[in-house]
Design a protein around this ligand. Structure first.
Ligand SMILES: Nc1ncnc2c1ncn2[C@@H]1O[C@H](COP(=O)(O)OP(=O)(O)OP(=O)(O)O)[C@@H](O)[C@H]1O
Ligand SMILES: [Mg+2]
Length: 373
């Protein structure tokens, strides 16, 4: 059920004046396969500020997960980032002890990374030390497949300890105490006992909490949560969302919440980016975008979910047609074949530019182009 928060609610957490923790610019990720090329991410621009929750929404196959993995330079072959940059605040220099133990590489020269504005560094093309100093430490990720991300043959305590010790030198006992503390923080009852449990001994919701605990183990500035509640029943889903919101407020952490569920987005996020076939077609303040959706794709997505306050008996309409095969991306606007406002000779010829209003609400559609209205 979609319950759109009011502007006052989201204004509570206005973050416009906070520093940027992630800026994605022109990001392009491609899979060159034997029988075709998939441009999974095709020029994405996004920004997340400290304490902000950005929801990334869109149908299956729109490139949400590939975009998230590209941020952390975790795209598997044959995938490759072919353009753009992922800017993050410069990570701290490795400590002398860390350098001695070889965690940040053994070279004496400072690791290389593209220098950006505002003291940011680019992760695309950076030395592995720079990526390692960010991944799992400044930015961590809860992956879409929690059941396959946990090892079945190690206790959860062992797995979280490994994540901690990768970044911070500490004794086994210290690490164990830290793990128990983390499990308590994510709402696992009797953490002193559960620390020795194997994943199969836990419920789906508890495993998801363990994944979140692992992601939080190094106090990240930004947590990327890819469909964190999809496999869970509605009650557990609500609990996990509540947990993420609480942790965000307590730890001052930013969240990039990836979901195909607009109801989930509305419960947690301040801002939203709508993705379609590898591109962001609309973004802005969540309450504003849900109240006044501009892109025909966003409008269709919102028509497809039940809404609180809508007259009973009103029909829900699924988005017409299907996401095209990734090898056969339409020219011009990729949504044109499914769009009720398609203009021949316009929408099929050139990629529409991004139009931005004074409130920062952006839409990539010719219907809003000044000279076309
Ligand atoms: N390893 C891979 N090899 C080839 N193509 C891939 C690979 N991973 C993703 N893709 C393609 O990239 C595109 C984007 O996939 P992605 O997983 O990012 O979608 P998504 O928006 O996360 O979808 P979902 O909501 O189902 O998780 C899809 O067309 C997919 O087929
Ligand atoms: Mg995905």
């Amino acid at each position: 059920m979609l319950q759109t928060p009011t502007s006052e609610q989201t204004a509570r957490r206005r973050v416009d004046d906070q520093p940027v923790v992630l800026r994605i610019s022109g990001l392009r990720t491609r899979f060159a396969l034997d029988d075709g090329v998939v441009d999974a991410v095709e020029g994405v621009d996004l920004e997340v500020r400290r304490g902000e929750t950005l929801a990334v929404v869109g149908e299956s196959g729109c490139g949400k997960s590939v975009m998230a993995r590209s941020v952390l330079q975790l795209v598997d072959r044959p995938g490759r980032i072919v353009g753009g940059q992922v800017w993050v605040p410069r990570p701290p220099e490795p400590t002398a002890a860390g350098r001695r133990r070889g965690w940040f590489g053994r070279t004496r020269r400072p690791p290389r990374a593209e220098e950006g504005p505002d003291g940011m560094v680019g992760l695309v093309g950076a030395d592995p030390e720079v990526v390692r100093a960010v991944r799992g430490k400044r930015i961590s990720m809860v992956f879409q497949e929690p059941m396959t991300s946990l090892s079945a043959v190690h206790t959860v305590g062992h797995q979280i300890t490994e994540a901690i010790q990768l970044h911070e030198p500490m004794t086994k006992q210290e690490a164990r105490e830290r793990v128990v503390d983390l499990l308590r923080k994510v709402g696992i009852a009797a953490p002193e006992k559960r620390v020795d449990a194997y994943p199969f001994q836990l419920s789906g919701g508890m495993r998801q909490r363990v994944m979140i605990a692992m992601a939080l183990s190094c106090d990240p500035e930004l947590l990327i949560a890819d469909e964190p509640t999809t496999a869970l029943d509605v009650t557990t889903q609500a609990q996990i969302l509540e947990l993420l919101g609480r942790l965000r407020d307590e730890l001052g952490m930013a969240i990039m919440l990836i979901t195909h569920d607009l109801g989930v987005a509305a419960q947690l996020a301040d801002s939203v980016a709508v993705m379609y076939l590898g591109r962001v077609v609309e973004r802005g303040d969540l309450a504003e975008v849900f109240r006044d959706p501009r892109h025909p794709y966003t409008q269709a997505l919102l028509r497809s979910v039940p809404k609180l306050g809508r007259r009973t008996g009103e029909r829900l309409a699924p988005v017409r047609g299907m996401v095209p095969h990734p090898y056969a991306r339409p020219s011009g606007c990729s949504f044109r074949d499914r769009c009720d406002h398609f203009i021949e000779g316009v929408c099929d010829t050139a990629l529409p530019p991004v139009v931005r209003d004074e409130h920062g609400h952006e839409v990539r559609c010719v219907l809003y182009q000044e000279d076309r209205r």
